[in-house]
Design a protein around this ligand. Sequence first.
Ligand SMILES: Nc1ncnc2c1ncn2[C@@H]1O[C@H](COP(=O)(O)OP(=O)(O)OP(=O)(O)O)[C@@H](O)[C@H]1O
Ligand SMILES: [Mg+2]
Length: 169
Amino acid sequence: MPIRVSSLLEFSRTRPFTIEAVNLAKTARAVMPLVENEAKINGVGIAVTIEEQTPPVRASAFELQQIFINLIVNAIQAMPSGGTITISVEPAGQDNVAVIIKDTGQGIEPAISEKVFEPFFTTKPPGKGTGLGLAICRRIAGQFGGSLSLASPGKGQGTTAVLTLIKAG
Ligand SMILES: Nc1ncnc2c1ncn2[C@@H]1O[C@H](COP(=O)(O)OP(=O)(O)OP(=O)(O)O)[C@@H](O)[C@H]1O
Ligand SMILES: [Mg+2]
């Protein structure tokens, strides 16, 4: 999967970035062509319900796209026999919004729900995953002033990634 590998390598190369006001609907539109093919091959449908008027968030456009890509690719890979990803935005208090990326995949056992954020932690076969994706995504979300967590009711019951970001302006 060349897209995943090159974007992760690009992503892990820490580059300085500036915080700007980023439109979430536009971010989702920009990443869709990059994940579409892998979704299709795996029988995964992606439904995005982010309204154009959703308040912009404090982020760097490129890094935010990389976070979306990593979370979506993780979701696709958690659904080897197909499923659905829904991407939406919800208000989170007065100053924040939450981007919710929900899948219907293999889920995460409670015992490893925090471990997945450790650098190099992967459940993928050797050569398939670096285990860096979520560690980098969480670090960058923190640099935006936000946070990233994953929740799953348990094995086989899907996973929800919650990316909280600060409203711009
Ligand atoms: N949506 C998800 N559903 C189920 N498990 C997940 C999901 N996202 C992440 N995980 C688990 O967390 C682990 C770590 O994810 P992370 O993105 O950090 O690395 P990776 O996907 O294994 O490797 P890479 O990101 O380099 O391809 C995964 O190996 C998987 O076990
Ligand atoms: Mg990953």
